[in-house]
Design a protein around this ligand. Sequence first.
Ligand code: TRP
Length: 458
Amino acid sequence: MGRENFGSKLGAILAAAGSAVGLGNVWRFPIETGQNGGAAFIIIYVLCILVLGLPIMISEFLIGRHTHANTVGAYRILSNGTPWKWVGRLGVFTGWFILCYYVVVGGWTMQYTFLSVTNAFYDVPATQYTNVFNNFVSSPWLPTLWLFIFIGVIHYVITRGVQSGIEKSAKLMMPTLFIITLFLAVCSVCLPGASKGIEFLLKPDWSKVDSTTVLDAMGQAFFSLSLGMGCLCTYASYFDKKTPLAKSAVNVSFIDTFIAIMAGFIIFPSVFNIGMDPNEVGAGAGLTFVSLPNVFQQAFGNGSILAVVFSSLFYFLLFVAALTSAISLHEVATAYVTEEFNMSRKKGATLVTLTILVLGTLCSLSFGPLSGLTLFDRNIFEIFDDLSGRILLPLSGMLISIFAGWVLDRQLYRDEISNGGDLKTPYFKMLIISLRYVAPLAIGLVFLDQLGLFEFMK
Ligand code: TRP
């Protein structure tokens, strides 16, 4: 059976950008930026992308495209029988693990889109939004229903294949996502008092920058760019020989950062418009599902058509962003199962989907009927989140950079990024220096910091 490729360079870039642009761009980046020195944080973040993110992204692209194999296969081929083959396995496992709880939040975005469209937030008192959210996530059926629908959509796209599933959906969803983002940002920026929000987001304040800020920026860059597991490697295995790897990596990083900054333009002008303290809005689920529905109602007029449109589009945007990321995570596992166990794509995808249905449901129910099941005071959802984000992700990122810098053949590396000598690669030396020394060290520090083993110059 022949292996499919993406049909066009644009399709390839949009698919990879779809993986990168996800919940992380909306629910973590803006608030981190606002609280950590605005433009100062953005500058540090961009430096992290240049110094760490791009070299690792280029390496993942290269490993995938060179081998034209799923992530486990790719590392097996390149490791020549050494234990480095485990890096691929770790990547696939981590991706699958992240997917199990990511889909739960994907379901929530659908519920909130639904609530927004039906104007259910009309006249909800500001103090009640926490209850609305808690009642929803702790109920046994509704979140599970949305979870199943969300997984169903992923499954549909994946079974249609690389070109008519992943690529086609990315070509439809990514432009949609851009347009909605720009529209929402413009609406929010036009609100009275918006300039204070923009100031909060952008005004550089270097006094807020310390070593933790830098570690946060690195961790965020890593998650946001979908590095550290098979996603980009798997997508790159569908790139053709002419796709320029470095340029594609720059494009994907640019799109990802642009959307993250735009998310800040959507959120903060509205927060300041209603006179809310930006340090009170929270982050993650609290920000997205408790603070923001309230903020939007108040900023655009309780129950007004504008509030309905704005809120609906915002949650739909989150849905699309989460969906394209979840598809990329599913594809990592599907490619692995399909190729390593010689199954049809349909069978492989179904197998992966079934495991996610089961574990996703467990994660989902851990806010309700299963909330008693905890380990170290963390429920199942939080365990999945912690384990993958804090431990597996930085670990596998560090191993990838060491592998790319120290183990991969230098000539092979040069051949691949120059597309066999067709492209100039003046950055080659810097890339290797980063992969050999800077990235492993920096990610190692993030790792220790996440584990809490290490208090860096506090
Ligand atoms: N990058 C996505 C986000 O910002 C999430 C994601 C998708 C991811 N694939 C990944 C994170 C692989 C880490 C690794 O939400």
